[in-house]
Design a binder for this molecule. Sequence first.
Ligand SMILES: [Zn+2]
Length: 266
Amino acid sequence: MKKWLLLSMAFYSANLLAFPHANPVPGGIAIIPVAPLSDKTPIVQYAGNRVTVVPLDSEWVAVIGIPLDADTGTQQLDTSTGSIPFQIQAKQYKTQRITIKDKNKVDPDDESSQRIIQEQAAQKQIKTHFTEGDAQLDFIKPVPGRDTGRFGLKRFINNQPRSPHSGMDIAAASGTSVKATAAGRVLHTDDFFFSGNTVYLDHGDGVISMYAHLSKINVAAGDTVQQGDIIGQVGSTGRATGPHLHWSVYLNGEAVDPALFLSSKK
Ligand SMILES: [Zn+2]
């Protein structure tokens, strides 16, 4: 076999390793070919938001975040040359019941409710941020530890129904270092009512990760980070039952299951 062919195969498999698993269900990821590879990345939208588009072998493929509340069946991807249909399959998520001691974090007073409305609007802007350029899809788990709250769980907090779980909870002691899941830029840091001390990282082309309930934040907006850089420490700020890392990943503004980005490597 010729040397160049071996090299290109090695590159191809490395490229595949850095790819999320496709699972076209609510809260999952659809990977859909949109055009033959060219020197210009196609512009693709889903439900009005820009979609991550990356090269794979001889094609441009869209890496679509499917909303947790998406309808199953045929959905449309919008491109400059027309729409491309793709299918969403059904998924049933389990229920989780948790107890929060701080009553105001469950039934917020008027002042807190005002704060929550403003923060949710700000966070929506952050999650849908789109930086033109190459997407980093090679992810590591930000802290080692047991998953204690899987993505998508239907939640009852103090017996009251609440939004489904938008990330992965990883058990870790307070003060444990939190690592950047991939290279990128710090998009925003803040102390939010529910997510506490929070860092958002921009991994390019609409790929965003978020780290919540931190006891300490080590970075500031605009900082460049490499994969594995320490961005903060595990804590229990915001609405939390105890110290853990809540880790979310957003594609086209939609929270998707972070586990889909983790291959067998640790
Ligand atoms: Zn969580």
